[in-house]
Every structure is written in structure tokens, then in C-alpha cells.
Design a protein around this ligand. Sequence first.
Ligand SMILES: Nc1nc2c(ncn2[C@@H]2O[C@H](COP(=O)(O)OP(=O)(O)OP(=O)(O)O)[C@@H](O)[C@H]2O)c(=O)[nH]1
Ligand SMILES: [Mg+2]
Length: 602
Amino acid sequence: MFVVATAGHVDHGKSTLVRALTGMEPDRWAEERRRGMTIDLGFAWTTLPSGATVAFVDVPGHERFVPNMLAGVGPVPAALVVVAADEGWMPQSAEHLAALDALGVSYGLLVVTRADLADPGPAMARARAELAATSLGALDAVAVSAVTGAGLPQLRAALDRLAVRLPAPQADAPVRLWVDRAFTVRGAGTVVTGTLGAGRLRVGDELELAGAQPVRVRGLHCLGVARSEVAAVARVAVNLRGTPRDRIGRGDALLTPGRFHRTDLLDVRLAGDPTAQLPATLTLHIGSAAVPVRVRPLGPDTARLRLARPLPLLVGDRALLRDPGRHHVAGGVTVLDVAPPPLTRRGAAAARAAVLATVDGRPDLAGELRRRRLARAADLVRTGVEVTGRPVAGDWLADPEHWRGLGARLVDEVTRHAREHPLESGAPVELLRQRLDLPERALVEALVRPPLRLYAGRVTASAADALPEPVARAVARVRAGYASRPFRAPEAEHLAELGLGPREIGAAVRAGALLRLAENVVLLPGAADDAVRVLVGLPQPFTLSAARRALDTTRRVAVPLLELLDRRGVTRRLPDDARIVVDRTVGSRPADEPGDPVPARR
Ligand SMILES: Nc1nc2c(ncn2[C@@H]2O[C@H](COP(=O)(O)OP(=O)(O)OP(=O)(O)O)[C@@H](O)[C@H]2O)c(=O)[nH]1
Ligand SMILES: [Mg+2]
């Protein structure tokens, strides 16, 4: 089966056409039939010459009912664009087309109706020109008359050709059934209908409703026939067990449990005129839902949307923004992030815009991890990302670079703890979890690797133990020298006297016992973070010599130390060579240079 929605101006013959093709009445309400006008969505279906089944979602054309129209086309990826030969292109022809374009609908047919009343040529030419610039592009076009029947065989053949071109349905994808109708059937209870675009429904399935309430599928119907299982693409009616009618309605969605993130905050890319000023409040339409949103522009074509109520959205979803007051489709949006970080710090919006400029709405694990640094697999899945990587601990996945940085920081923290608490045997895991700002202790434990050791809930800095005896002793003497003046690096001659040549220093650096700033310039691994604590206290910006004095050291140490901090993004060098501390969260940046104590990966 495939599903096609109608689109077009009021009275252009959409319902008449659906009736002529299917023999079914799409206008379900007495009021619609009395007024000769579609008010709400209508549903009808037929078998095509090839044997394929096509189901229609017939929409109203009147400008007052555009929200109903959008609920109909939202979940349907193909459209029958209808224009009357005798009236030609009209305002809702344009508004409906703008909506289809905003949603990125790229499959459909152009049908010029009422061809018995006027030459269909001009209307067809105009419609083709309007379509050409949209996602629908060049469509198969047919002129028909529902009165004489002319063109209907050609339209059926064109529908068959369309069916072949439509992408194959993903029957194994998670279900997100946008509800377009909900009603009560005596003896059965609540029934909802919708267009199943992907996935599969079975009687007995447990699904999620808004607020993550579980609901059970009691019965299924497809085109009026009871079924035990229905696979996409299909029009379905779902009988829900134990779900009162007032708990579900148009705009809700039935979901595969655990596969969708319900969010009221998203970052999006805007399609359309980037210079157009968007009003601060608009209505977001996606699936059969329509939700008021507040728009906060970020970059030239990106924005943050605050939704009046949460929706189950995925990265890559297409939606549209409409100004209901002005009958104006403001544009299409592509969802870039369904769990964006808060914009609280100054400059955060600009920084966020820079990040969003690099993403395209295609869910990608590596990029997602780079931005989030650390994330649970289950949370990533719910944003639409396919999780293929191996967790670092539990179901946590980490950006590899961030993870390496954390490993380096763990060494720093453990070393510092050993220095500050020489009588304790190791740093408690919980303390390290707090220092590294990690959500779970298991992550700290997963970061422990030689020369660190995990024992009885503590991580011991056994760095020196891992070194050959003479080197360990020499390193211990060097380390002792830092106690009073932590930023005074021993001179090369002194290192040599102690027997610490380049090879021994290299081993000590690898073991996490020393931090190398430059050839023969070594400090303790925690020194970089300690330096930040000192530099933060200086009037900003500060000069090299101010830093040197504050750290009580020499140029020989201060120059490479500040360069290291620049590279870590903790300090920034200004054009006049002064510096400022830009990141006060000590140790938050990944280590990035060979001199840094980056432990070998397990
Ligand atoms: N002569 C002629 N009249 C037609 C044809 N198709 C539709 N009509 C008439 O046009 C009028 C509007 O038709 P509908 O099918 O209700 O139009 P619609 O597009 O569904 O209108 P809305 O749902 O309100 O947007 C009706 O009076 C139909 O009888 C046709 O091919 N030839
Ligand atoms: Mg109609």
C-alpha cells in the first residue's frame, strides 16, 4: 500500500477526484456534505490497475482549515497537487505547496481538475512553473474531469508509476504513528488512526504515548479489515486497551518504547530566506502535531525552538513553521539537535551557532559524541542516532579524544592527591568522579589503566612503581623538589646528575609521573591545572612576566607552560602577546600534545 495526500485550493475538486477514483466518500461529516466543503481529513482507498493499493488522505482547501490540512500531509510523503482548470493557481494552491516544500515532500502528481470547464493548459503551465522551484520539482501531470471521466485512466496509470518510484518502506524501523483521528467504538473502546510510515504494529504490542505512558494494542484494522499485524506503509486503525478517549487525540503519537526522545527544546536549521525576520512565536507542524513555539535565532540559518509541549522528535526530522495569524508558511526546519545544551553563559549562543553550522541533520555517532563528549547509548538512540560503537563503561559512550583527555586528567588528579595526602593510599573513586565531573563512578574505574591501579575503592598513583628502580628514585627526588616551588623546573644539568636523561624522562612522562613542557623542562603532572588556579587570580589580561612572577618561575618554564595552556584552550593569547584565562574549569580540556601525560590506550 502507499498513501497520498491531496493538496490544493478550496473547491478545486480534490474530494470529487478522490470519490471518482475510489468510489468512497472522503467527506465524512454531514456538515461537510451539506456545505459541499471539506472541513477535516477524509480517508479513501482503491486498487490500481497494477494491483497496488493506494490510500488517500483528502485534505480541506479552505484557508480556515490549513491546520487540518497540515495534520493530513505531515505524516504522508507523497502528494496529489490539485489545481482547477477554470480557476488556476490560487492562494491555498500556493500555501499548500509552500507547506509540502517546507516538509521536503518530493513525490507526487500534478492533477488539473475540472478540465471539462476550461482549457487545462494555462493552469497546468502555471502549476508546473510553481512546482519547479520546490522539493516536488517536475511532476507527472494529468488533466482530468470527474464529470466526464476524461483523464481518470491516465491518472490511475500515473499513480501506478508513482507507486514504483516511492522509497521502500522501512518495516524494521521504530514506530512513530502520528494520530490523525481518535474515537470510541462501542464495545471496543478507544480507536486511533494514522499513516504508518515506518515499522510494524502487532496486536498485543506495547507502545508509548505522551508522557511515556505504556499502552497496549488490542486490535488492528487496515482499510477496514481486522489484522493481527500491519507493516508500513499503511493506513491503520489501532484499538487501544485501557486508554480513555480523552487521553489521546490528533497530534499525539504512538511510539516504539525507548526509541524517541520527547523534547520541548530543539535546535534547527531553517530553510528559506535567511534574511527574513521570523516572528518570535510561530506554530511548529510535524506529523499530525501543531505546537506553538518561541523562536530564538542563533546563526544565519539556525535557531533554537522552545515548544509549548514536548514532542517525540529525531535528528533529521523535517517540520514547518507557520504564522497562523498571517496564513503564512514561514519556512521548513530540519531538526539538528533534540537535546541541545542550555545557553546560559555569555557568548553561548554564538558558540552554539558555530557548532550548528557544522551539522546537517544527518544523525551521526562520531559527531554526536564529539559534541556531547559523553552520552548514554539509550539516549543517543532516542535522538535518532544508530549506536555502533563500544561503550567505555556500562552503556556510556565517549568521544575518543575526550576520553583520552579524561585519562590524562585522572592521572593528574591521582598524582596531586598523592602529593597533598602523602599518607593516604590513593584517591577515593568518588572524589575523582567529582573532580572529573563524571556522572558515574564506573566511568572513573574504566579510566584506570596502568600505571594507575584500582584497589578497594581508591585509585593509587603507582606511577613511580612502574618505573625501573633507579629512575623511580631519581623521579622521587625531583618531585620532592617541587614541594615548595611547584613551577621551578630543575635545570638540565641537575636532571643529568640525577641520571634522568631523555629516555628516563620519557618513561616518567609516559608513566604519568612527570609533565614535560619542553626538552629538559619537566614539572609535576598536576602543574598545568595548578598554574591555572594561580593565573585566574591575576588581573586579566596578564603579561608573560606577570605570569612568571605569580608562578614564581623563570621564562624557561613560563613560556612553554603558557603555550601548553593556550593549546588546551585554557588561556588565549591576545594580539599584544598578553593572555587571558578563558576556561576557568580547571582540567576540563583534553590533553593535546605529546608532552602531556597521555597514557597509552588499553
Ligand atoms: N464540472 C466539474 N465540476 C467538478 C469537477 N470536479 C469537482 N467539481 C465540482 O467542484 C466543486 C468542488 O469540488 P470538491 O471536490 O468539493 O472540491 P474540494 O477541492 O474537495 O474542496 P475543499 O475540500 O473544500 O477544498 C463541486 O461542486 C464539484 O462537483 C470536474 O471535474 N468537473
Ligand atoms: Mg474536499
